[in-house]
Write a protein that binds this ligand. Structure first.
Ligand code: TXA
Ligand code: MG
Length: 325
């Protein structure tokens, strides 16, 4: 069996040792984090890292996040550890936050897609923590899905997308946060929020002072762009269309339609009432989109969420998923 079930709070040490040994041998291990499942490989081994790009069919210009068990291990991979990084680490790690800082020479270019900066994260999930400590290696891990497709919040989603390419999947049940980590670039004079997540901007600003936004789409020509954030992303197989209640919905009559709804109703074979709070919504978002895809939907209608800061993470994922091409 390639998938091993582990207790999310107290994972079986034998399973963790098996996964750690695979990582040390250059293999690919899918493991749970509190955000989404990651596809892990030894970040210091360019061949293992190349296997991640091949498995995901990820464009080589899109760098990977390196996962470590604590802030000291993160600092060891940075050429420079600014006061802002120390402050963020103290306030938010372990947790769903990724920091981009100048990279240490020991981080291979394969991980950063040739950039001089590296993205670092200390996940809180006990299984991720146990694995990182047992492997005694920094672990490069993008979300464990084919590039541009839906991220996995269940081991089953990983099996569906990548099973053939993965040496082992650790199944610890559903991810609690449900959308990818907040990514903040601290490598320049002012912090830039590259990817909104579950940590509200205001919480970041309490620690960092003003944080600038590149805009949810990531504008080309920005000073320090994040190469992977310009593309369509997080998309189901079905067409995803955002709508505002009271607007006119023009839907082909032969379409099988799913819908993620908050306040309104639409004609759909698979309507889903979503939680009205951003954390609850985020936790269920990918699982519902996977389910609607699996049900054979051609079109998924998604009621727009509020244009407020608390919804920024969810809004970003929905807008990217709705983008064509
Ligand atoms: O929650 C998460 O962050 C999950 C779990 C597994 O930790 N990982 C994840 O990885 O979402 P991925 O590869 O799907 O997204 C990483 C994002 C990409 O948009 C990439 O462009 C950005 O982080 N990134 C990585 N390294 C970067 C760097 N050196 N500079 C700027 N952006 C970077
Ligand atoms: Mg991803």
């Amino acid at each position: 069996m390639k998938t091993i079930q582990v207790d999310p709070g107290r994972p079986d040490p034998a399973a963790i040792q098996q996964a750690a040994a695979l990582l040390r041998a250059g293999g690919l291990v899918a493991f749970p984090t509190e955000t989404v499942y990651g596809l892990g490989a030894n970040a210091l081994d360019p061949e293992a890292v190349a296997r991640i790009y091949a498995a995901k069919r990820r464009p080589s210009y899109n760098p990977l996040i390196v996962h470590v068990p604590d802030a000291a291990a993160a600092q060891a991979l940075a050429a420079d550890w600014p006061a802002h990084a120390a402050a963020c680490a103290a306030a938010f790690w372990p947790g769903p936050l990724t920091l981009v800082v100048a990279k240490h020479a020991r981080v291979p270019d394969a991980v950063t897609a040739g950039l001089s900066r590296v993205a670092l994260r200390v996940p809180a999930h006990p299984v991720a923590q146990a694995l990182l400590r047992a492997a005694e290696l920094p672990v490069a891990a993008p979300s464990a899905n084919r590039s541009s497709e839906l991220s996995p919040t269940l081991a089953r989603h990983v099996e569906k997308s990548l099973e053939a390419a993965v040496d082992l999947i650790l199944d610890a049940g559903p991810a609690s946060v449900g959308i990818e980590s907040t990514v903040i670039d601290l490598s320049g004079s002012a912090p830039i929020l590259l990817r909104p997540g579950s940590i509200p901007q205001m919480a970041l600003e309490r620690v960092l002072g003003p944080v600038s936004l590149p805009g949810s789409a990531g504008k080309p020509g920005e000073a320090r762009p994040s190469p992977g954030m310009l593309d369509r992303h997080y998309a189901p197989r079905a067409e995803l269309r955002l709508f505002t209640p009271c607007g006119v919905l023009d839907v082909r009559p032969d379409y099988t339609v799913g819908a993620l709804l908050l306040t309104t109703q639409v004609m759909a074979q698979f309507p889903v009432r979503m939680p009205a709070d951003p954390d609850g919504y985020a936790q269920r978002l990918y699982a519902e989109l996977h389910r609607l895809d699996d049900a054979g939907c051609d079109l998924i209608l998604v009621e727009r969420v509020a244009d407020t800061p608390e919804w920024a993470g969810v809004r970003d994922r929905l807008e990217r998923a709705a983008r064509r091409g």
